[in-house]
Ligand binder design. Sequence first.
Ligand SMILES: [Ca+2]
Ligand SMILES: [Ca+2]
Length: 268
Amino acid sequence: MKLTPAVAATTFTALVSCLTMSVPASGSPASTRTAGSPYDLYLDFNGVQSGRPDISSSGSAPVSTSIASSGGGTVFATSRGSGQAARMEPFDPGTPAELAVVVARPEGTGDPLAPRSGDFAFGAYFNLDARSEGSSVDNGNNLVQRGLYRDDAQYKLQVDAGRVSCRVSGAAGALEVRASTAVKTGVWYSVRCVRNSSVVQLVLVELADSGSVRQSWSRSGPTGDLRFSARPPLSAGGKVSSRGAVVKESADQFNGRVDNVFFRRLDG
Ligand SMILES: [Ca+2]
Ligand SMILES: [Ca+2]
């Protein structure tokens, strides 16, 4: 039995469970497209081959997914429920550090990973290691992001100094929402960030055996059009350049386990 996401609508979960396909993770970049999925991008990492998780997307957007690595880093499969999650690199204090990030590139001419002026949500499940930052290379934990800080658009979820935060930056401005409490290490959480008109909301759910504990924070203000003129890939587990290479001098590698990465446009 798959663990039921506490924050996703049951129907969506059922849909995705039905539509998820198992595709070998090794070899050429995985590319799938699932018509009818409510998600544009959805990475559940279920399926394992030679110790690596299946990194293909079961969302409706045509994307190619691959692992960007540096210093010999890699992404391993780890059991979670009846499926798998992605085990990202442990903290590496060395320089160069072992780094590995999952990247998803939009295929074709459109850009389904750009919300433009519409409402959208993105998020993931995560379980952070006890040690996850403290070097110049790795001073944080980037969970899901598209675009870099100074790009014309960015959306990002991170766990820095124990606190989850999300940032949405567009043509009209940027909003950053930060949790007021720290997460526990070694515990699974679900987190999502939602832009709904002029509000950006961060929702964090601790997935405890005794029941889920939900907290949320929000800020309001203009963010505007997220256009992504450089058409960068979306990344999970660290920072990449617009060409999809790990930013190895400042990777903010997520150290821990990641599952159910998603991006979803909420309009129309
Ligand atoms: Ca999974
Ligand atoms: Ca880190």
